[in-house]
Design a protein around this ligand. Structure first.
Ligand code: PHE
Length: 448
């Protein structure tokens, strides 16, 4: 089958950044920062991000483009007949798990968009202390979150059903820049609220004594999650990237924009958390409970909240589309199922898992797996275990199983990119030695 290619460089970037930037930056990063001690976490995060996550992104794109195939088949194709093709199963299963709970949070965003449209967050609207209660009763109820999850996932499936190029490229181009601008506006408002100083200090003055194995593991997991690496998303995208594209440049752009979004998001959230006396370590609800306070305290807050949640939904969609696409590509290319039918199958599977996750904030909250609710279990399982394992296998594969000359050829576009040729030894060192060792060390220390 002739594989589709992204139209041009801008299309590649939009798709990669679209996959990377999403709820991971705006929802997950701030609450991780809150849970793991503010500036110290950010400090570790940035180091992990550039020394480990970015090289892994490069490794994924490299094998994806080299193999021109999906995440499941890739190992089979590049190392025929070996055990490596078992890894493919991990590469397809992980995104299916992630998209099912991701779409629950996507659903919350849709619900908040609807609330914003009813001007619930405009200045003077909500009762000052009521936002937390509104949120709590929403997520613990049965029907509303499930319905919003269903709606969100249906939209995701519909976009994927239309096809890679037309479906994915069109979406991100307008909304990402909009989201960026709104985030800056929110961050400025949050940081200038009276009393924001404590939050800013908490964000920017690291207390290094807080750094331990659990902080490193959480930072690494968040890096993988945020950059969409470790389970074949970027690998699949890599296979759609044209042979003329510069892998290093596209990866670096993607990583930097992803990091910037995450940092701005925490600048937007944290000062307000302190100003309004919320608990920074409150977990997945943090962003949804904090933002309404900011909106209700800014001029044109009603309008800003509408635009914000709309842009958030689109950013989330471009990520969940990329997650959904992996399973669909697998069914199409391995099982020869049509795109539409593949979308239906993946939809049913992820919908059912997502419903369980959604209910775990309410009626199923007592159901615990290894001490976690289902939602937390899926989230931790994927970010802290499956993604690092996937990433580990990817770097092992690129560093130790593939021929160095092949990796080099792909990375330098057959020696036509002299800049890439110059940095290749460093990138290759990070992929071959640094990443596998660091992942194992962090993983084991955290486990013990
Ligand atoms: N990176 C996305 C985000 O930050 C989430 C995601 C994870 C998307 C893994 C694809 C793969 O929201």
């Amino acid at each position: 089958m002739q594989r589709e290619n992204f139209g041009n460089r801008f299309g590649v970037l939009v798709a990669m950044a679209g996959s990377a930037i999403g709820l991971g930056n705006l929802w997950r990063f701030p609450y991780m920062v809150g849970e793991y001690g503010g500036a110290a976490f950010i400090f570790v995060y940035i180091i992990c991000f550039f020394l480990l996550c970015l090289p892994i992104l490069i490794a994924e794109i490299t094998i994806g483009r080299r193999s021109q195939t999906n995440a499941f088949r890739v190992f089979h194709k590049l190392a025929p007949g070996s055990r490596w093709n078992l890894v493919g199963i991990l590469m397809v299963a992980t995104p299916i798990i992630v998209v099912s709970y991701y779409s629950v949070i996507g659903g919350w965003s849709v619900e908040y968009f609807v609330k914003a449209c009813s001007l619930d967050f405009s200045p003077g609207a909500g009762p000052e202390a009521g936002f937390g209660d509104i949120f709590g009763s929403f997520i613990s109820s049965v029907w509303a979150p499930v319905l919003y999850h269903t709606f969100y996932l249906l939209v995701t499936a519909a976009v994927v059903a239309v096809g890679v190029k037309s479906g994915i490229e069109r979406f991100g181009k307008i909304m990402m820049p909009l989201l960026f601008v709104i985030m800056i506006v929110i961050a400025v408002r949050s940081a200038t609220l009276p009393g924001a100083g404590d939050g800013l200090e908490w964000l920017f003055r690291p207390d290094f004594s807080k750094i331990d194995a659990s902080v490193c593991a959480a930072a690494l997991g968040q890096g993988f999650f945020s950059l969409s690496v470790g389970f074949g998303i970027m690998l699949t995208y890599g296979s759609y990237i044209s042979k003329k594209e510069n892998i290093a440049v596209s990866s670096a752009y993607t990583a930097v924009s992803d990091l910037v979004f995450a940092l701005i998001a925490s600048c937007a959230i944290m000062p307000a958390v302190f100003v309004f006396g919320l608990d920074p370590s409150e977990g997945p609800g943090l962003v949804f409970e904090t933002l309404p306070f900011i909106f209700s305290n800014m001029p044109l807050g009603g309008l800003v909240s509408i635009l914000f949640f709309l842009a958030l939904i689109v950013a989330a969609l471009t990520s969940s589309i990329s997650l959904f696409e992996v399973g669909v590509a697998y069914l199409m290319e391995e099982k020869h199922v049509s795109r539409k039918k593949a979308c239906v199958i993946i939809f049913v599977l992820t919908w059912a898992l997502g419903v369980l996750c959604s209910l775990s904030f309410g009626p199923l909250s007592d159901l615990k797996l290894f001490g976690n609710t289902l939602f937390d279990f899926f989230d931790k399982l994927s970010a802290n275990y499956l993604m690092p394992s996937g990433a580990f296998l990817i770097v092992l594969f690129v560093g130790w199983r593939m021929k160095k000359s092949d990796v080099r050829e792909e990375f330098t576009n057959r020696e036509t990119l002299s800049g890439n040729a110059r940095i290749f030894p460093v990138v290759y060192f990070l992929i071959k030695y640094m990443a596998p060792v660091a992942i194992v060390v962090i993983f084991l220390t955290n486990l013990l």
